[in-house]
Ligand binder design. Structure first.
Ligand code: ADP
Ligand code: ZN
Length: 214
């Protein structure tokens, strides 16, 4: 299993979409799973909604429950985790889960981006309501405004991409997630990637270290 680590706006989801599919790695975004749960009005969604709107983290046990269910349903696959783990408790929980499934963390890629670039990316981000594809009003616009290039669905601005919530999400990242850099570096799993440029350049840096799919 591979983990993509980095602040909100670092491009984890965008680069994951480029890395999956073709080579057998599957993209697992806890943010996407939570947004689906909110849309469906499931118990997890009802619990998660208020946290997400404020840019706070959803409780660790909820997240670990989602990931456990996903692993149990999929069986023997290789995941590219995007936005998970986000706390030390989640990282430790992931180790226990993977051990139970006979898997492990193979590598962790830290996507490094300066703060002003993060803010610009988040402020201009547009997401497809239907397929989750990510665009940017200036850097990666859709061919037709408001219409997803991939599936034709409507694009929208995530409610948590407003200025105040973005600032809080970046603080939450610094307070709760950044310590995972040291956690994985100490285990020799961390690769630092310059993710400030084009998404293809980020992809190539990761692909160079990605074990080939089984
Ligand atoms: P971003 O990385 O741009 O913040 P995500 O889609 O990964 O976007 O996450 C959106 C929101 O979903 C987060 O602000 C948080 O509330 C919740 N969330 C997603 N993944 C996790 C996680 N692993 N642990 C706790 N909360 C999470
Ligand atoms: Zn779409």
């Amino acid at each position: 299993m591979i983990i993509l680590l980095g602040a909100p706006g670092a491009g984890k989801g965008t680069v994951a979409a480029l890395l999956t599919g073709a080579n057998g790695w599957r993209h697992v975004s806890t943010g996407d799973m939570l947004r689906e749960a909110v849309k469906a009005g499931s118990p997890v969604g009802l619990q998660a909604k208020a946290y997400m709107e404020k840019g706070e983290l959803v409780p660790d046990d909820v997240i670990l429950g989602l990931v456990r269910e996903r692993l149990a349903a999929d069986g023997d696959v290789r995941y590219l985790f995007d936005g998970f783990p986000r706390t030390r408790a989640q990282a430790e929980g992931l180790d226990r889960l993977l051990a139970a499934f006979g898997a492990r963390v193979d590598g962790v890629f830290l996507l490094e981006v300066p703060r002003e670039v993060l803010i610009d990316r988040l402020a201009g981000r547009r997401v497809c309501r239907q397929c989750g594809a990510v665009f940017h009003v200036r850097n990666m616009p859709t061919r037709v405004e408001g219409v997803c290039d991939r599936c034709g669905g409507p694009t929208y601005q995530r409610p948590d991409d407003n200025e105040a919530t973005v600032a809080n999400r970046l603080d939450v990242y610094q307070r709760q997630t950044e310590e995972l850099i040291g956690f994985y570096r100490a285990r020799g799993l961390l690769h630092v990637v310059d993710a400030a440029g084009a998404v293809e350049a980020t992809r190539d840096q990761i692909a160079a270290h990605l074990p080939a799919a089984m």
